[in-house]
Design a protein around this ligand. Structure first.
Ligand code: SF4
Length: 154
């Protein structure tokens, strides 16, 4: 029987796509692989940002940014909004292509976060919220889980 396909943040599988060139590999990926066919993406790379890259934070809620009413800035105050939106669109494209209904995305990221993001001040302060990719996927009915919810997902 064909396994269900899920989208997954590439850094959670060990790809070195984080802003600092590192990864966020989680333990237990074997269990995920048994249960699902994993389709990895790093939305920030897919949107055209380099690795390593200057870290970015949302200056408004993701939904506002997607509506053209807010911005994503990097720590040097450069506007990266278009790249974040492009990365989210690429993730959505993959969910269409592979008929994906669920995603497992890295918590806290300005792209992939699902319940918390940094607050835009570059002070290491988190606040409730979601990343741009998560927001766009949810708008299209995709269920988004984070790496602390793998038991729930499986
Ligand atoms: S954008 Fe998502 S997949 Fe890429 S490094 Fe950040 S958390 Fe990982």
């Amino acid at each position: 029987m064909m396994k269900e396909r899920i989208l997954i943040s590439a850094c959670l599988l060990g790809l070195h796509c984080r802003y600092d060139g590192g990864h966020q590999k989680i333990s237990g990926t074997e269990r995920l692989e048994e249960a699902f066919t994993l389709i990895p993406i790093c939305p920030e790379q897919a949107g055209g940002l380099s690795t390593p890259r200057i870290p970015c934070e949302l200056q408004n809620d993701a939904i506002q940014i997607l509506d053209g009413k807010g911005r994503v800035l990097n720590r040097n105050n450069e506007d990266c909004t278009d790249m974040f939106i492009k990365g989210a669109s690429e993730a959505l494209f993959l969910t269409d292509l592979f008929q994906i209904k669920k995603a497992l995305l890295k918590e806290g990221s300005p792209s992939c976060g699902s319940s918390g993001v940094y607050d835009g001040t570059f002070s290491g302060t988190c606040k409730p919220g979601e990343g741009i990719t998560t927001c766009l996927l949810r708008k299209h009915g995709i269920q988004v889980y984070n790496e602390n919810q793998t038991d729930e997902l499986i």
